[in-house]
Design a protein. Structure first.
Length: 239
């Protein structure tokens, strides 16, 4: 504090910096997030209390999962909900056999994505998740996922983008999009950035979507525009 009195504004700046680092050190010593606002500012995305600081979790990806989740939604699927017939969901080996997965190189990896799907791929990449695009079957009755996530077992993922002309978020349409995801694979992302959806409204839609269709899913993420120009992922995983 003596330094702050002697050199005015610069000293105050130093004192504030020291306090920030003190808080960071306390949090780092615990190994998990305690000061949510500090780590939110530092990482440039929403941090949540108790998440590990080091490793993959810094990208908001729960250990053992593939999709980034900033705001986890605790909800249990209805065990009596309709189940998708396994034969309708094409596994990765089948997609590989028919040559539907794009080559793993910078020039061709996203060649099968539609322009609106590229936004989801870029967001995933910014969160440390690499994907390869998947070509669709021309014959009907063979629902094909949009992407393959580049982790050990190459799980498929489906993208849905909501961009209504009015910009208004539709709870019902969001849940219906999740139903369409479940027809193609067990992981999905619904991009709500083209709507006025808030985090709270996304959480409510997540609850209804998982209760109705979670029996057919392993992971689900909604991408939402948060405050301060942050992009937030509201998500659920089977765990």
């Amino acid at each position: 504090m003596t330094l702050a009195l002697d050199v005015g504004g610069f000293g105050l700046y130093v004192a504030l910096a020291v306090e920030r680092e003190r808080r960071r050190a306390l949090t780092a010593a615990a190994g998990t997030v305690r000061n949510v606002q500090y780590w939110t500012d530092r990482w440039g995305r929403v941090a949540f209390y108790g998440e590990p600081i080091k490793g993959k979790q810094r990208l908001g990806i729960p250990a053992g999962h593939t999709l980034p989740i900033d705001v986890p939604v605790p909800v249990t699927p209805d065990p009596f909900a309709d189940r998708v017939l396994g034969m309708k969901v094409l596994p990765t080996p089948t997609l590989e056999y028919f040559g539907k997965i794009a080559p793993d190189n910078d020039e061709e990896r996203w060649k099968h994505f539609l322009p609106k799907e590229l936004g989801v791929a870029r967001w995933l990449e910014s969160r440390g998740v690499s994907v390869l695009s998947v070509d669709t079957f021309k014959s009907p009755g063979r629902p094909t996922p949009d992407a393959i996530v580049k982790v050990d077992d190459l799980p498929p993922a489906e993208f849905k983008i909501m961009q209504p002309k009015s910009g208004s978020f539709s709870h019902l349409q969001c849940v219906e999009n999740v139903e369409l995801i479940a027809l193609k694979c067990r992981r999905g992302i619904v991009d709500l950035r083209g709507t006025d959806a808030s985090i709270v409204r996304a959480e409510r839609a997540m609850v209804d979507a998982v209760v109705e269709h979670g029996v057919n899913l392993d992971e689900l993420v909604f991408i939402v525009n948060g405050s301060h120009q942050q992009i937030v992922s509201v998500g659920w995983s089977r765990g």
